[in-house]
Write a protein that binds this ligand. Sequence first.
Ligand SMILES: [Zn+2]
Length: 205
Amino acid sequence: MKFKVFKYYYPDYFCRYFGLVRKKYMEDNRIADKIREIIYMIGDNPERSGLIETPLRVESAYKEWFKGYREPDFEMKTFDSKYSGIITRKQIPFQSFCEHHMAIYTGFIDFGYMPNGNVLGISKIIRFFQHYSARLTIQEDLTDFLIDKFYNIVKPKGAVIIIRAFHTCEGSRGVRVPNVTTITSSVRGSFMEDSILNEFLSLIK
Ligand SMILES: [Zn+2]
């Protein structure tokens, strides 16, 4: 019993350092236990038949929704290319979770980059954004985080990202305005030049 308590309450920095404990509690229903408690705290009965398997389902959903904290299960493989234009991917669907309310926000990403000798497979661009969005964020920071992460991996001449999203925390509580779009954008490198940025903007129209 003592061992169990010790195992579950390693300090966070220790978990992060070794990575093992975090993985362990992901495996042994610790999230489900907490969800069961939350169901009780909001005033329902976690043992009733409709809810009995909900905690485990939520746990597996959490593992998917927050997969962005773990390494991706695909390789960010690049290919040699002499292409010197803009590669644009328009309206990539993504989802992330607001770090203030843990409420989902969803939307679309428009993305462009100018390669510097190597390109990333086009479907990998989609997987890249979907993987790294799956974490607790604010849209502003997510925008910079994604473009910088891409930059570090692919090392292009420049990149640009525009994110348009609806936030359910804002739509379902507080001010309760469900249909206001939040648009954030970041540019790096060659896209600082007006002519290149304008070309991208006309491509995503
Ligand atoms: Zn929020």
